[in-house]
Design a binder for this molecule. Structure first.
Ligand code: FES
Length: 106
């Protein structure tokens, strides 16, 4: 099962097992990883599941779709590696993925 690591602003690292077909947001929420609020439940309508994808993973994770890119504008402290974690599907290729949670959501 793919493993995903979440690192918070304090540098605390939490790794979770994420079944293929889940989203990165679901993997965080279902494992009580702090720093991801996901107010809209994964509908790409809140931007409170914002994460920063670690640079080596950017290409594998891919670019946001237009709807996600529009919603990302509502995230605070947007960076070039910003993604909405509810729009990143867990698949075997992302095993080992590392994302950072922002200082605050929304
Ligand atoms: Fe709302 Fe991702 S959970 S946009």
């Amino acid at each position: 099962m793919p493993k995903i690591t979440f690192i918070d602003v304090a540098g605390t690292s939490r790794s979770v097992d994420a079944p293929v077909g889940w989203t990165v947001m679901e993997a965080a929420v279902k494992n009580n990883v702090p720093g991801i609020e996901a107010e809209c439940g994964g509908a790409c309508a809140c931007a409170t599941c914002h994460v920063y994808v670690e640079e080596p993973w950017m290409e594998i994770v891919g670019e946001p779709q237009p709807m996600e890119a529009d919603m990302l504008d509502f995230a605070s402290d947007l960076r070039s590696n910003s993604r909405l974690s509810c729009q990143i599907k867990v698949r075997p290729e992302i095993d080992g993925l590392v994302v950072h949670t922002p200082e605050r959501q929304g």
